[in-house]
Design a protein around this ligand. Structure first.
Ligand code: DGL
Length: 259
C-alpha cells in the first residue's frame, strides 16, 4: 500500500481525506496538522515560507510517505514551490478551483472565499487571469471562518456570526448578486458547507478542489486498485492538543499523537 501524508494547519485537510475515502483509494493515510501555528491565513509570506517546508519535511521523514498532499490552499499558494525544493517525494498542492468554476458558471459571476492570505496572493491573481478572464470574480477573505470550522470539528463553541460574515462580505458589492457559484478555497470551508449554505442564496452552487486532488493523487502514484484507505496516524505540532487528537479519532485515524 502506498503511503500518503496529508498536511494542513489544522483540521481543514480532513475535507481532502474524506474525498480520498469517497474515491476508494487503496492507500495508507497519515495526517499532519501544524496546530501550534494555526491559523496560516493571518500570517505573512515570510513566516509561512520559513516554517511550512520544514514541518512538511519532518512529517515526510516521520511517516516514510511516498507522496504528500498540501491540503491547505494558503500553504499551497504561498509555499508550494519551496516545499517541492525541500521534500524529496511528489508534492500535490490544493489550489482554488477557479478553472472548474469558470467552466461551470452560467452568469459569469464567481464568488471566491479563502483566507485573507490566499485572497491577496499573486498565485490567485494568476489563476484568475489564466482561467477566468471572461468572468467577474468577487473575492472575500473572512478573517475567522477557518477558526469557526476548526471549532465545529473540535466540538467547541463557535460564533455563528463568523459564518454569516463570510457570505455578507462576499455580497458587499451590489454586482455580486449575479454570483451563481462560490469557490470554497480553504480546505476548512467544505467542512461547514451546510452552515454556509444557510446564509447564501438558495440556488448557489459551492465548489472545492477535493475531487480533483483525489484524481491527481491516483495519477501521481499510479493507483489502480480500489480499496478502503487505511487512516493510520494523525500528528499535531500542538503538544498534547486533546481536542485535535479527539477530532482525528472521530475522523477515523487509529492513532493520534504529537510530532
Ligand atoms: N486550511 C487552510 C487553507 O486551506 C487555512 C486555514 C488557516 O488559516 O490556517 O487555506
Amino acid at each position: 500500500m502506498k503511503k500518503v501524508l496529508v498536511f494542513d494547519s489544522g483540521v481543514g485537510g480532513f475535507s481532502i481525506v474524506r474525498e480520498l475515502v469517497d474515491q476508494n483509494l487503496n492507500i495508507e493515510i497519515s495526517y499532519l496538522a501544524d496546530t501550534s501555528f494555526f491559523p496560516y491565513g493571518n500570517k505573512n509570506d515570510l513566516e509561512l515560507l520559513d516554517r511550512i517546508p520544514q514541518v512538511v519535511l519532518a512529517g515526510v521523514e516521520k511517516t516514510g510517505a511516498d507522496a504528500v498532499i498540501i491540503a491547505c490552499n494558503t500553504a499551497s499558494t504561498i509555499a508550494l514551490w519551496r516545499i517541492r525544493e525541500v521534500v524529496g517525494v511528489p508534492v500535490i498542492g490544493v489550489v482554488p478551483a477557479i478553472k472548474p468554476a469558470a467552466r461551470l458558471t452560467k452568469t459569469k459571476a464567481i464568488g471566491l472565499l479563502a483566507t485573507p492570505r490566499t485572497i491577496g496572493s499573486a498565485y490567485v491573481d494568476d489563476l484568475i487571469d489564466q482561467f477566468a478572464g471572461g468572468c467577474a470574480v468577487y473575492r472575500y477573505g473572512p478573517p475567522n471562518l477557518a477558526l469557526a470550522a476548526e471549532q465545529v470539528l473540535r466540538g467547541e463553541d463557535f460564533e455563528e456570526s463568523h459564518i454569516k460574515d463570510a457570505i455578507d462580505g462576499l455580497y458587499k458589492n451590489p454586482m455580486a448578486k449575479d454570483i451563481d457559484i462560490i469557490i470554497l478555497a480553504c480546505t476548512h470551508y467544505p467542512l461547514i458547507r451546510d452552515e454556509l449554505a444557510k446564509y447564501a442564496p438558495k440556488d448557489i452552487k459551492f465548489i472545492d478542489s477535493g475531487e480533483a486532488i483525489a484524481r491527481r493523487l491516483k495519477e501521481v502514484l499510479a493507483i489502480n486498485d480500489a480499496g478502503l484507505p487505511l487512516l493510520k496516524t494523525a500528528y499535531s505540532t500542538g503538544g498534547n492538543d486533546e481536542k485535535f487528537l479527539q477530532a482525528a479519532q472521530n475522523e477515523g485515524f487509529i492513532n493520534q499523537t504529537q510530532i
